[in-house]
Design a protein around this ligand. Structure first.
Ligand code: BES
Ligand code: ZN
Length: 869
């Protein structure tokens, strides 16, 4: 590989100095900032160590130690580090630097978005605002005074409590904030601008009186009610389920249009992408509402899991992210139907994380080395990290898990710790050794596979279950601790009762091969493996097709039912892919019968029916195929499977849709969302089956839509073919929502997922039109991100799809390297493709490397992808 400098976990050293306090004066004027910064340092390491501070894109105006200006010979700044030799053991450093907020399009550090100054410091953005020990194990208090023009920036916000505010000369004013909780620099935030405010005062279940504020541009402020409700629910939930209370009296959220990520948990001043705050029924789908609730929860929950207890170094990122994703998943599960939430999480895990773990970007949840930390905010650190937390919970149960959490908080509050410290608390609280073999889940990459089998012995009335771990994909190879929750189902559809009357049991695998014998048991029982997807693994068991249908009908775990259905879809897809006609024909009728029964069932919720009737994303179906993938066969199989299944379901789907729609349209509700989701899935089946007869129906559904969910369902149906009906609806949609950027993103994404021959030309034209602001990450992701998920166009055999995506990335690659690097992840599939497509991808990636001023982030991703070929 190359000259990229790697940071390694093994090289961790505590800092030579620590910072006790920061006093900042942030002077904002006309897109620029002057940062007056006083910080107190104390030496912790060697007596001769120089002070080395991080600093990027800063223009130094002055430096002084203990009030004495530094000679220019006393310090060096190379644009990355400020080195001051000869400093005392305890001292105050005063620096004044200049920062160009308007010139900052990277959206890291201090920048301006639609006239609003804001900051993004995680992971290494603080150094783009001022000099500091910009690492998470240096915790200090922050005292921040912001000054700006009162008319342009009436609202001035930072972390902690507002202790003073007032007027200055020349129409300027100031606000003075103090955060009493020591924190690392990545949690620092400043926001200033002409923001409207939504405010709510609440008394929590524990009796805390809190002021909650949401800020955004005035034009959007009416769309913040749902986010405010979500925040209230999140605060209540963390008190009742985790016994964790908020630790200040005011909590602020700011919603910003230009934001690289979804949201950021800055202490008491969360900054959000507008996408995860704004929403009413006219502009947001039910899925958008669910996203808002979960992200608001996630960032709020970080207050304990991340802020009060933070990471020693960035290799510990999953300590806060994995745990907080687990917490937000549990929050959503408790707010809606738990099994459905779990299925949605697992679908995403398989589509994104399993794919990542199988390719050149695979890495352990606790990585060993990185060039750019921003590249390690991955599905593995987040989603697999959350799965590991879920395994602790599954193995020891809610009560012991909460005891472990209490110990973790009590022991480590105010500290920057390692994943090992969390594991140790869970071990101590439960008696289960998570620091031992279990810990390999963090240090090994790859998705393990378990092969299950069973044998019933008539004579001894014993059922023997066997589990064999196949660790060849896990590096380095080793058996893992794998919790398997399972049940047994008989031919009559009854569930076996274990000795404690439980309907399911927990089997914790610890060896490469294990057997478990169930004595004195009648007849033949069918094991139903991995209730709730109790471990993030691939697994096999020789189910007959009919067994799967039986599980869909009778298992007492919602996840297991949908899983069995998905296995049927996967088998059908494989048969189509391999052109195994006999299997395909047997399976197609079996599968469509199961679909029909599911739709007709009285026993299943509408939400579960929607999932049972959803064919898994092709991106997750292909993961299990042998490589190299035959992409043309993949796309052919996808089309055939969808068309055949939808055609067989169409009549029943149509009849169902003709019945009364019982969903209401007052506000978002989980129950109504389920009904709409099912109706949308059925409409999509009609669209796949359609030979023209239902186009008018889709147009009607579009015109009569009562809310954005219905509108999008109709547009998705219309989007399946390119005709006048589609064009008319899309044109109407773009015009109707011309003033709603977040809705226009839906428009761009719809356009980018069309599959007809003229689609690429239209998408290209959209990327050039004026309203498409490429520097806005939401716009970019809507068009280019959706295109990269459009397998048909992206993998076009002539390379036009790859060329389009790289061409768009080239437009932002030096402007916003973080976003460019993220977008490049879609090229990680190169290793699994045929040599022709691999060659085309390689050519495009190499051409991007030629661009002048390419960043470390981008270089690291490209080199890892090319290195994996
Ligand atoms: N701490 C992150 C935000 C972040 C990520 C900042 C990477 C800087 C670099 C935040 O808590 C987060 O995880 N946000 C997620 C959404 C969440 C619900 C998983 C995001 O922004 O995608
Ligand atoms: Zn997070």
């Amino acid at each position: 590989m190359s000259e990229l400098a790697l940071t390694r976990l093994a090289d961790y050293q505590p800092p030579d100095f620590t910072t006790l306090s920061h006093v900042l004066r942030v002077v904002l004027d006309d897109g620029e900032a002057e940062i007056h910064h006083q910080q107190r340092f104390v030496r912790q390491g060697a007596s001769n160590a120089a002070l080395v501070l991080d600093g990027e894109a800063l223009t130094v105006q002055s430096l002084a130690i203990d009030g004495v200006a530094l000679e220019s010979t006393a310090w060096q700044y190379d644009g990355k580090q400020l080195i001051i030799t000869d400093v005392p053991d305890a001292f105050a450093l005063k620096s004044v630097v200049h920062v160009d907020a308007d010139g900052n399009k990277e959206l890291s550090g201090l920048y301006r978005s639609n006239g609003i100054y804001c900051t993004q410091c995680e992971a290494q953005g603080f150094r783009r605002i001022s000099f500091a020990l910009d690492r998470p194990d240096v915790l200090a208090t922050y005292d921040v005074r912001i000054e700006a023009d009162q008319a342009r920036c009436p609202v001035l916000l930072s972390n902690g409590d507002l202790i003073d505010q007032g007027m200055l000369d020349n129409g300027r004013h100031y606000a003075h904030w103090h955060d009493p909780h020591p924190k690392p620099s990545y949690l620092f935030a400043v926001v200033a601008g002409d923001l409207a405010e939504a405010q709510r005062s609440v008394t929590t279940p524990h009796g805390n009186e809190l002021d909650l504020c949401i800020y955004t541009e005035a034009a959007f402020i009416e769309q913040t009610d749902f986010a405010m409700d979500s925040l209230v629910h999140a605060i209540e939930w963390d008190e009742t389920r985790f016994d964790l209370d908020y630790d200040l009296t005011r909590f602020n959220i700011v919603a910003i249009s230009d934001f690289n990520m979804g949201a950021m948990e800055n202490k008491s001043l969360n900054v959000f992408n507008t996408r995860f705050v704004l929403g009413d029924t006219a502009t947001a789908t039910d899925q958008d509402f669910q996203g808002i609730e979960s992200v608001i929860g996630h960032e709020y929950f970080h207050n304990w899991t991340g802020n009060r207890i933070t990471c020693r170094d960035w290799f510990q990122l999953s300590l806060k992210e994995g745990l907080t994703v687990f917490r937000d998943q549990e929050f959503s599960a408790d707010r809606g139907e738990a099994a459905l939430e779990r299925i949605a999480n697992v679908n995403m895990l398989r589509r994104v994380q399993f794919a990542e773990d199988a390719g050149p970007l695979a890495h352990p949840v606790q990585p060993q080395a990185y060039a750019a930390i921003d590249n390690f905010y991955t599905a593995t650190v987040y989603e697999k990290g959350a799965e590991i937390i879920r395994m602790y919970h599954t193995i020891i149960g809610e009560e012991a898990f909460q005891a472990g959490m209490r110990l973790y908080v009590q022991r480590h509050d105010g500290q920057a710790v390692r994943i090992e410290d969390f594991a140790a608390c869970m071990s101590e609280a439960s008696g289960f050794p998570f620091d031992g073999d279990f810990f390999r889940w963090y240090t090994h990459q790859g998705t393990p596979r378990v092969v299950f089998s069973s044998h019933y012995d008539e004579a001894s009335r014993c059922l023997t279950l066997r589990a064999e771990q196949q660790t060849e994909k896990v590096k380095p190879q080793a058996a893992l601790v794998i919790p398997v929750v399972f049940s047994l189902l008989n031919k009559a559809g009854e569930v076996y009762r274990f000795s404690d009357e439980a309907a399911s049991d927990l089997w914790v695998l610890e060896e490469a091969v294990e057997e478990r014998v169930i004595h004195d048991i009648d007849g033949e029982w069918l094991p139903v493996w991995l209730h709730g997807f109790s471990a993030p693994i691939y697994y096999d068991y020789g189910y007959q097709h009919a067994d799967l249908a039986h599980i869909v009908a009778h298992a007492d775990d919602g996840f297991a039912r949908v899983e069995a259905m998905q296995t049927l879809y996967r088998r059908l897809f494989n048969a189509a892919y391999q052109q195994d006609e006999a299997t395909y024909q047997t399976l197609i009728s079996a599968t469509s019968a199961v679909m029909g029964n599911a739709l007709a069932s009285d026993a299943r919720s509408a939400g579960e029916k929607a999932l049972l009737l959803s064919i898994p994303a092709t991106a997750s179906l292909i993961n299990a195929l042998a490589t190299p993938w035959d992409m043309d066969a993949v796309l052919g199989a996808e089309i055939r499977l969808r068309h055949d299944l939808s055609s067989m379901l169409a009549e029943q789907a149509d009849a169902y849709l003709q019945q009364d729609d019982t969903s209401t349209d007052s506000a978002y509700s989980a129950a109504d969302a389920q009904i709409r989701q099912l109706r949308a899935v059925l409409l999509a089946h009609l669209a796949e089956a359609d030979s023209g007869q239902w186009r008018a129906r889709f147009t009607g559904a579009y015109e009569q839509a009562r809310n954005m969910s219905e509108r999008m369902a109709a547009l998705h149906a219309l989007n399946v073919r390119h005709d006048a009906a589609r064009e008319a609806a899309l044109a109407d949609f773009a015009e109707r929502f011309a003033d709603y950027p977040l809705v226009l993103d839906k428009y761009y994404a719809l356009q980018a997922s069309a599959k007809d021959e003229g689609a690429l030309a239209r998408i290209n034209a959209l990327s050039e039109r004026e309203g498409f602001v490429i520097s806005n990450p939401n716009r970019f992701r809507a068009l280019v991100g959706a295109f990269a998920q459009n397998l048909t166009l992206f993998h076009a055999p002539d390379g036009s799809g790859y060329r389009f995506v790289i061409g768009q990335i080239r437009r932002i690659v030096t402007l916003n390297p973080q976003l460019a690097a993220r977008m490049l992840n879609t090229f990680a599939v190169a290793a699994q493709l045929d040599s022709s497509r691999q060659g085309l991808m390689t050519g495009e990636l190499n051409s991007l490397l030629e661009v002048d001023g390419i960043s470390t982030d981008v270089r690291e991703v490209i080199e890892r992808i090319l290195g994996g070929l």
